[in-house]
Design a protein around this ligand. Structure first.
Ligand SMILES: Cc1cc2nc3c(=O)[nH]c(=O)nc-3n(C[C@H](O)[C@H](O)[C@H](O)COP(=O)(O)OP(=O)(O)OC[C@H]3O[C@@H](n4cnc5c(N)ncnc54)[C@H](O)[C@@H]3O)c2cc1C
Length: 542
């Protein structure tokens, strides 16, 4: 079998570094930065506190988190990307410590089920990459390219990625020690427990905590935040504020008036309903996203339960209809387990860093949870900000550069999420038809679709970052191929010559040999000292 060559821009798939090292460089933290107040104690608030504490407490900066005793956290958000591994690694926190405290499991990627009706493409897996995939990526791209140009070759992504095979067999994406390839993986976790865990760790690391409800935000004459006023009667001033108040966006949006760019024209879903179901011992190692009548349903395996939620568009169905459809699908119609209903505001602020305020988490914006990217935004926003602070650069030019980066990340991710909807071939409801017909697409996305449909390589363009920003090449090939964006089977010609260059049998064998280096998720989790969280379901509904 031919292996990857230097010529192919797609051959290098696994070229990421997921760790960051705030605090590791010599720094020039501005002397005027003495006190930072984070408002909000959800996942965003505590992740921000941990990252900022790691870098800035050793330099004498005081960090406090204020959390309202009356406003709860959103309490969902239980799937991650592989970058979360970098978050914990960089803070020196072992899986063996945090995973059992958060009922966490390993995640190989996400299966999208029922999004396409094209025969053979009704389901596909979006894997997290592994170094090993470098050995099969060239073949995958070659086949996808050949098929889009009419050759009858195998181009469904699942057979080309080890993570997909691991997920199929409920294996954890952590190889044995002697396996020479690194594998990227993410996690599933209980959102409430993760918040509690990070809260505990942050206090241990010197972050101050004050339960209080912010009722007013005072700006000075320049428009900076001077202080927040609490319902308990205190006025709390600081040099810098971090808005982690969730969808309320109390500081960045309400007080500072930072404009919000809605993505409602591109992404229709604006609500969700969630409920847990029991899980057995044989815990899956993937998230599954099932297409529903007016949206999609997540199924996330934790050690204690499945988290399930139906993300839908309130323009196409009511909350009651959504709950009924979710219960029906889960076999929970007669169950008295309560369902939680949530509203989602989809879009982003124009400036994530505005004067002396940084918005993090839902306060800065949200792209619906289809690819579980929100925690990655939190992490990147705060680490990116720390890089500027550590360089002593907090001026307007720095803010503009930072905001451009974060906005690019938002737009790129939005485009990838939009592609799931735009390429759907369902016709069973108005919701799916409206999504397929939606032409509110960015120029970048139009160019990418144009290249694909004309049979040209998208790799070079994605690589140049001019299109398809936010996601790597293999993800774009996975989604276009996985959704079956190819000529119909009847229009394909038998593969011969160059089109038939690669043997699927050899690819299967290569992956099969590699799979032998992995173990079932349940075995791996059993190795981690386990805490039994009998209260998990109650905590979920606090
Ligand atoms: C349906 C759904 C599914 C999701 N799934 C995923 C996923 O799979 N993966 C992923 O990465 N992300 C997911 N997310 C996003 C994820 O849940 C959030 O990004 C994450 O939980 C961070 O939320 P937050 O901390 O910004 O806001 P919240 O959790 O809402 O926290 C807000 C905090 O602000 C405090 N607060 C509010 N007002 C005040 C006030 N006046 N004074 C003081 N404190 C105040 C509250 O007390 C609370 O502590 C999902 C989101 C939704 C809606």
């Amino acid at each position: 079998m031919a292996t990857q060559t230097e010529k192919h821009p797609t051959a290098t798939l696994f070229n990421y570094s997921y760790t960051f090292t705030p605090g590791a460089r010599p720094t020039k933290v501005p002397p005027a930065l003495k006190k930072i107040v984070i408002v909000g104690g959800g996942t965003a608030g505590w992740m921000a506190a941990m990252i900022l504490a790691h870098s800035l407490i050793p330099k004498g900066v005081e960090i406090s988190v204020l959390e309202s005793p009356v406003v709860g956290i959103v309490g969902v958000g239980e799937g991650s990307t592989p970058w979360l591994r970098g978050f914990f690694d960089s803070l020196g926190i072992e899986e063996a410590e945090w995973m059992p405290e958060c009922n966490a499991t390993y995640k190989c990627g996400i299966t999208f089920d029922g999004w396409s009706t094209k025969p053979g493409f009704e389901s596909y897996f979006h894997p997290f990459a592994s170094m090993l995939d470098n050995l099969t990526m060239t073949q995958f791209v070659h086949n996808a390219q050949a098929r889009v140009n009419g050759a009858d070759v195998h181009a469904h992504p699942n057979r080309f990625f080890i993570a997909s095979q691991l997920a199929d067999r409920r294996m954890a994406p952590k190889p044995s020690r002697n396996f020479p390839f690194d594998v990227w993986y993410g996690y599933h976790f209980d959102a409430v427990m993760l918040g509690q865990y990070l809260h505990k760790k942050a206090e241990q690391r010197g972050v101050h905590y004050k339960p209080c409800h912010v009722s007013d935000v005072r700006l000075n004459e320049r428009g900076d935040i001077a202080a927040v006023v609490t319902a308990e009667g205190e006025t709390i001033s600081a040099d810098f504020f971090v808005d982690c108040t969730g969808f309320a966006g109390l500081l960045i949006q309400k007080a500072m008036g930072t404009p919000f760019v809605s993505f409602a024209n591109n992404l229709f879903n604006d609500a969700a309903v969630a409920m847990p179901t029991p899980i057995g011992d044989d815990i899956p190692s993937q998230t599954v996203s099932y297409a529903m009548k007016h949206g999609w349903r997540w199924e996330i395996p934790l050690t204690s339960r499945f988290g399930n939620g139906y993300v839908y568009s309130s323009s196409f169905c009511s909350a009651d209809e959504a709950e009924r459809e979710l219960r029906e699908t889960l076999g929970m119609l007669d169950s008295d387990v309560p369902a939680r209903h949530l509203k989602m505001k989809i879009g982003r602020v124009t400036k994530h860093w505005n004067r002396n305020c940084l918005a993090v988490g839902l306060a800065q914006g949200f792209i619906e949870p289809l690819e579980a990217t929100a925690l990655l935004f939190i992490q990147r926003t705060v680490t990116g900000f720390v890089e500027f602070i550590e360089a002593g650069d907090m001026g307007e030019a720095a803010q503009a550069k930072f905001n451009q980066r974060v906005n690019d990340h938002f737009e790129g991710t939005r485009d990838y999420i939009v592609t799931h909807y735009k390429t759907n071939t369902r016709s069973d409801t108005d919701y799916w038809r409206a999504n397929a017909q939606n032409n509110n697409l960015s120029d970048s996305l139009r160019r990418l679709y144009g290249l694909w449909m004309s049979g040209k390589s998208i790799a070079a363009e994605v690589g140049r970052q001019e299109i398809g920003r936010g996601y790597p090449i293999f993800s774009w090939y996975c989604i276009m191929s996985g959704m079956g964006i190819f000529p119909d089977q009847k229009d394909l010609r038998p593969a011969n010559g160059k089109a038939a260059l690669y043997s699927m049998e050899e690819i299967d064998n290569l992956i099969e040999r590699s799979v032998q280096n992995f173990r079932p998720q349940k075995e791996l989790l059993a190795d981690i000292p386990k805490k039994i969280h009998e209260k998990s379901l109650q905590i979920y509904f606090w």
